[in-house]
Design a protein around this ligand. Structure first.
Ligand code: NAD
Length: 268
């Protein structure tokens, strides 16, 4: 994709952190931007802030774990702005703890948002992007946790490894069938964002009594994220990388180690 002016971007998890930085950066490029988030108040604040700067935006409250809501998000993008050229499946949460202590509710929540959220985004948008017949790009947010594993974050690693495998498979399939639709996977390192506090928007179905298992491992890992141990690029610089990746059609977008080519064989 060579120019962004007048095109449309959709960003999930856009009320905070990396998603918010992506939305702002797309606006600065002259794009229409659809911001989606599960948190209505934060979403309204993000949309108002961008509108007051004169940008062309709209907000759609969306739970990415729910396919019908992601489908409604795609309808909103096409109805409001007539298309979708960049779709960032970015919403994510972090639970943490020992694998045998973590509650089944946390396993389910992590899989529903981090993995199914990306799957629903791809299934709702990619067929329409193909039909559009114009250069388009899907950006799925994984993590450096998709390329490594560490203790006390096994459920998160599992979901992000799956996002990477899903995205790379999508890349291969689109390269063969609809090469005008590119795919990138964003792999940030640790940065201080709202994710340390993601329990704030835990939906009720994952919040039954006893569902959050407080454990030393969980507390330790949450404290370390909240304290702002940061090795990754700030969100705004990451957003810059995303624009470059879309322009150059790169698959991997790393946080601070430069670019990485896919280790696997590309089918072009
Ligand atoms: P963040 O908490 O600041 O932003 C995430 C946003 O997603 C929030 O606004 C939240 O309300 C929204 N959200 C949560 N559940 C949702 C749902 N079901 N439907 C729609 N929106 C939902 O966190 P962030 O760090 O900006 O995270 C963005 C992405 O980056 C996530 O996928 C995360 O896993 C990934 N990531 C973050 C880091 C980091 O260190 N912060 C590192 C690697 C990857």
């Amino acid at each position: 994709m060579e120019t962004f002016q007048g095109k449309t971007a959709v960003v999930t998890g856009a009320a905070s952190g990396i998603g918010h930085a992506l939305a702002l950066r797309f606006c600065e490029e002259g794009m229409n931007v659809v911001l989606a988030d599960i948190e209505p108040a934060a979403l309204t604040a993000a949309v108002s802030e961008l509108e007051s700067s004169g940008y062309s935006v709209c907000g759609v409250v969306t739970d990415v774990a729910k396919p019908e809501q992601v489908s409604a998000l795609a309808d909103a993008a096409f109805d409001t702005f007539g298309g979708a050229h960049i779709v960032c499946n970015n919403a994510g949460i972090f639970t943490g703890g020992l694998l045998w202590e973590e509650s089944l509710a946390d396993y389910q929540w992590s899989l529903d948002v981090n993995l199914w959220g990306v799957i629903h985004g791809v299934r709702a948008f990619v067929p329409r992007m193909i039909d559009q017949g114009e250069p388009c790009h899907v950006v799925n947010t994984a993590s450096m946790a998709a390329l490594t594993t560490m203790p006390f974050a096994g459920v998160y690693h599992m979901t992000k490894h799956a996002v990477l495998a899903f995205s790379e498979s999508l890349y291969h399939e689109l390269a063969l069938t609809a090469p005008q639709v590119g795919v990138s996977v964003l792999c940030p390192e640790l940065i201080k964002t709202g994710i340390a506090n993601c329990d704030r928007n835990r939906p009720a179905q994952y919040s039954g009594e006893g569902d959050i298992v407080e454990s030393d491992a969980r507390t330790m890992v949450h404290d370390s994220i909240a304290s702002g141990v940061s090795s990754g690029l700030p969100p705004r610089e990451m957003a810059e990388r995303v624009l470059e990746a879309v322009k150059d059609n790169r698959f991997y977008i790393l946080s601070n180690d430069g670019w990485m080519e896919s280790a696997r064989t590309r089918i072009e």
